[in-house]
Ligand binder design. Sequence first.
Ligand code: BDR
Ligand code: CA
Length: 316
Amino acid sequence: MTRTKMIIDADTGIDDALAILYGLKSPKIELEGITTVFGNIPVEQATDNTLRILKLAGRENEIPVSQGASGPLVRTLDGFATHVHGGNGIGDVEIPTSSQRRIEEPAADFIVRKAEELKGELVIVAMGRLTNIAHALQKDPGLTAKVKRLYVMGGAINVPGNVTPVSEANIWGDPEAADLVIQSGMPITLVGLDVTMKTMLSQSHLDSLRRLSKPENEAVVDFIYRSMQYYFDFYREANAYRECAPMHDPLTVLVAVEPGVVRTQTMHLSVECGGEHCVGMTVADLRRKPSVGSPVQVCVDVDAQQAIDMLLEVFL
Ligand code: BDR
Ligand code: CA
């Protein structure tokens, strides 16, 4: 089996953590590095969480972690999402610190270098604001032709937003970066709220995961179990969900290696960067002859049951 060479770009919160753990465990993924970005939490905290998660998974000092942007491309930072992910970003669960240090090379340079080295084989999964990818494109506009595909967790096409009536958090948090990336011509698959809000992990999934997981995955599964309680609490408060939460970032990593779990449609997409109510909206030109935005592969439907089964399978 040829493994997908992947960089994960994360604002390491609760669902990012599960996505990274899936990436580490999947036999289909070769993790070339993890880059971090502000978003759910400050970037330094995202880096620290990432290093701790690598240690928890028994992969300390094996995978480079590179720190990226601490704020948006042009606008001023508008806070973090600690109400969603906890004060430390991972549901206030304490896990051991790592002896690994982040590499000195900043995220954008790391992305540019790996894309060059991997000669068209690099897949990037962006699970936070698109600031690091935008910086990388500014450094090397030729990156568009060097990256095999960019999978973006972000956007809301035919469903409501989750930060504003129309905007999803990762796009809303740096709309200029998102628009720059979307208009760049890089091959992009958008994994937005249209599919992630259907992909629900529930308490019963966690209970069976605890019962059935391999002994070597005990620490990781315990962390997933405990951090998800915080996420479930947020979604109960915010959306009146009962003991379940959508798997935004894990689904995005999954789609990169199991594209059959989603149905996609090519749409011309742009990001609204102005206005009072629509900042961060992903605007699809669905007219017969679209003229606004760039063509992007948008996930429009998901086999949620299959997706959750595949995500959990790597821990069993
Ligand atoms: C996205 O926002 C963050 O809170 C999550 O980690 C996910 O990447 C969902 O809108
Ligand atoms: Ca995220």
